[in-house]
Design a protein around this ligand. Structure first.
Ligand SMILES: Nc1ncnc2c1ncn2[C@@H]1O[C@H](COP(=O)(O)OP(=O)(O)O)[C@@H](O)[C@H]1O
Ligand SMILES: N[C@@H](CCOP(=O)(O)O)C(=O)O
Length: 325
């Protein structure tokens, strides 16, 4: 059983999409790779690339801890592991790095022991670990995922992303921990704001489901979290207000930020104008940012299982044709 080695490619995600706080998520064409094998002696964790700087390489590592949770759930013991990881998903920027790590580790550990846990079980575990279902649902199921969690159970519906949808992200050079951005939110909100968000979030889901992309601009507006987080990201308010004038279908703070996200029609002739608007607005506020053009990722994690002694190129050799950096 433990003579296998698995490698999982897992997508990044953007949560909320504006009004769907803790509810809506979309998987993105930006990835992390996790390789897992049982070790006969000690645990070894290799993290490649500059994207994982500062992430622990001992048993306090999230991947190790999540893998052990899967083994415990399944009633098997695999105490020592060889873990390799490379990620193009920047940490703590609102692109779901922690959700990708959780989902990647759950799927890899489950595959390593012959997949005793169902996908639904993995979703429930992932939601509990992350504290909200939006990012983990998108990374686990791919596409656009609408989910509701009552603290005990998460239910979801996955929508196929419209083929014309493209995603522009502007990733500021600074980090903003999700925990900090959640602490900035009020404990109570006005009924009028709640009603506004129910309307926008419902309309946004209906627009995605029916392919009415022209409704995205009206629907992608929020009064629950973005106004309270704007102070962390100078320039954000202007971008959210004016990006549609520069060719965006709609814009939002990606997850808890600081990344800003614009949905765009692939055939739009104004992509360059929009990108320059985002960069110039942030730069005016003294914020350097990197832009990436992404697509919604329609699929969830891709799993490759190998017999352990099979002769295969080293981890980084195998994924190098696919990584962004
Ligand atoms: N591959 C990983 N291994 C270990 N910890 C990770 C990994 N990826 C992310 N994390 C943890 O998740 C944190 C980022 O999560 P969070 O603040 O929710 O931001 P986001 O998920 O938007 O990137 C990192 O600071 C790190 O502690
Ligand atoms: N719904 C959460 C989403 C956090 O996403 P992340 O990618 O920033 O971790 C929130 O808005 O707090």
């Amino acid at each position: 059983m433990t003579e296998r080695r698995v490698i999982v490619k897992v997508p990044a995600s953007t949560a909320n999409l504006g009004p769907g706080f803790d509810t809506l998520g979309m998987a993105l064409s930006l990835y992390a790779w996790i390789e897992l094998a049982a070790s006969e002696d000690e645990t070894v964790i290799n993290l490649y690339g500059s994207g994982l700087e500062g992430v622990p390489r001992d048993k306090s590592n999230l991947i190790y801890k999540v893998a052990q949770l899967v083994f415990k759930e399944a009633g098997v013991a695999v105490p020592e592991l060889h873990i390799s990881m490379y990620s193009d998903i920047p940490l703590t920027r609102g692109l779901g790095s922690s959700a990708s790590a959780i989902v990647g580790a759950l799927v890899a550990a489950n595959a390593l022991i012959g997949s005793p846990l169902t996908e639904d079980r993995l979703f429930q575990l992932a939601t509990k670990l992350e504290g909200h279902p939006d990012n983990v649902g998108a990374s686990l199921f791919g596409g656009i995922v609408v989910s509701a969690w009552d603290g005990t159970r998460a239910e979801k519906v996955r929508l196929e992303p419209h083929p014309e949808l493209e995603v522009l992200v502007a990733i500021p050079a600074f980090q903003l921990a999700t925990e900090k951005a959640r602490h900035a939110l009020p404990k109570e909100i006005a009924m009028g704001d709640a009603v506004f968000n129910v309307g926008c979030s419902s309309l946004l889901v209906a627009a995605f489901a029916s392919g009415q992309l022209e409704l995205i601009g009206h629907a992608m507006r929020d009064r629950l979290h973005q106004p309270y987080r704007a102070a962390f990201i100078p320039g954000m308010a202007e971008i959210l207000e004016k990006a549609t004038e520069h060719g965006a279908l709609g814009t939002a703070l990606s997850g808890a930020g600081p990344t800003l996200l614009a949905l765009v029609e692939a055939s739009s002739p104004r992509k360059d104008e929009l990108e320059q608007f985002l960069l110039a607005t942030l730069r005016r506020e003294g914020i350097e940012a990197k832009t990436l053009w992404l697509k919604p990722c329609a699929g969830g994690p891709e799993v490759t299982t190998l017999v352990r002694d099979e002769v295969v190129p080293a981890f980084m050799e195998r994924i190098k044709g696919e990584v962004k950096a």
